[in-house]
Design a protein around this ligand. Structure first.
Ligand code: FDA
Length: 278
């Protein structure tokens, strides 16, 4: 668990953020939690984010957080969710921070985009995520470019039906490259979120060819994944933001990371065996 999650409490996470900053990395913090099933739970999650933003400001750490709408009550009531997220975004605006709304499974895409748009119009300091595995993403990217809303582009982490998502890695990657080029050309400070070296190479070649400077976009990677590559990009003068999750509700996040790469399961079993021997 420690490989992918920066601890269960705020203090431990703040120490990790400071260490990453000292290594030249930017960060976005995710206070783990999703699919909250009570109004009080959703309001408490928003309170926790407000406290997190205050702590980031106090310690002069990167003011950038990522959150999920189901953690803010999306499955209970859309307006309640909007009020909770608005509270977080307002505090982020007051502390000079930025809020990225993560994208969950395809049944939530419309609601997520609508809430991101509404908060962007109201406060400005909000961005959203687009998943290249969704067939609809080309149209969504064009709309977000026109609205000047910041996009993090990722491949997508949920198990989606073929009716809405590309099924093969080749199709997902091809879609990623198309959307990436559009965002690099016309988007507002896109986040190229991937650990795929081939795609990162293509991004570098494309930006060089089109004279797109390193101040116009950033790479983004997950905490604990390809630390070597994160360091190599920073050493080349490129901006890299690390997505740093922390908290006690780490189980679903952890399962998605394991599913992405079967070798992680082996890694997990080995470390369990090591701990048992201790
Ligand atoms: P791919 O899965 O093809 O992997 C390429 C290579 O990267 C692998 O060969 C391996 O070397 C390495 N790698 C990838 N995942 C690894 C892992 N877990 N452990 C070890 N090595 C790994 N998804 C989503 O649906 N909604 C969201 O909001 C976000 N947000 C988000 C933020 C950021 C900053 C990142 C980097 C990713 C996300 N994701 C996400 C997750 C994303 O959709 C995707 O599931 C993972 O990034 C894995 O895809 P890759 O692009 O890395 O490529």
């Amino acid at each position: 668990m420690k490989r992918f999650v920066a601890g269960e409490d705020l203090e431990t996470a703040l120490a990790v953020l400071a260490r990453l900053r000292d290594a030249g990395l930017r960060t976005t913090v995710d206070l783990l939690g999703e699919s909250v099933d009570s109004a009080s739970g959703a309001a408490a999650a928003a309170d926790d984010y407000v406290r997190l933003l205050d702590a980031l400001q106090e310690r002069q750490l990167d003011g950038n957080v990522s959150l999920k709408l189901t953690q803010m009550g999306l499955d209970l009531d859309r307006d309640l969710c909007l009020r909770n997220v608005a509270r977080v975004v307002e505090r982020a605006r007051d502390t000079g921070a930025f809020v990225r709304i993560d994208m969950e499974d395809h049944t939530r895409t419309d609601a997520t985009l609508a809430i991101a748009r509404e908060l962007h119009a109201r406060y400005g300091n909000v961005g959203v995520v687009i998943q290249s595995y969704l067939r609809r993403s080309e149209a969504d990217v064009e709309a977000l470019i026109a609205e000047r809303i910041r996009v993090r582009l990722c491949k997508g982490a949920y198990d989606e039906p073929a009716s809405v998502a590309y099924a093969t890695k080749a199709e997902v990657d091809e879609s990623y490259l198309r959307l990436m080029e559009r965002l690099l050309m016309e988007g507002t400070y896109p986040g190229i979120a991937t650990h795929d070296e081939r795609i990162i190479e293509q991004a570098r070649a494309f930006t060089a060819r089109e004279s797109i400077g390193p101040d116009r976009y950033e790479f983004q990677m997950l905490y604990g994944v390809r630390r070597d590559l994160q360091g190599a990009l920073v050493a080349d003068g490129l901006a890299v933001r690390v997505y740093v999750p922390f908290g006690t509700a780490w189980y679903p996040y952890f399962l998605r990371r394991l599913a992405e790469r079967p070798a992680n399961l082996l890694f997990l079993l080995r470390s369990i065996a090591r701990e048992r021997r201790r």
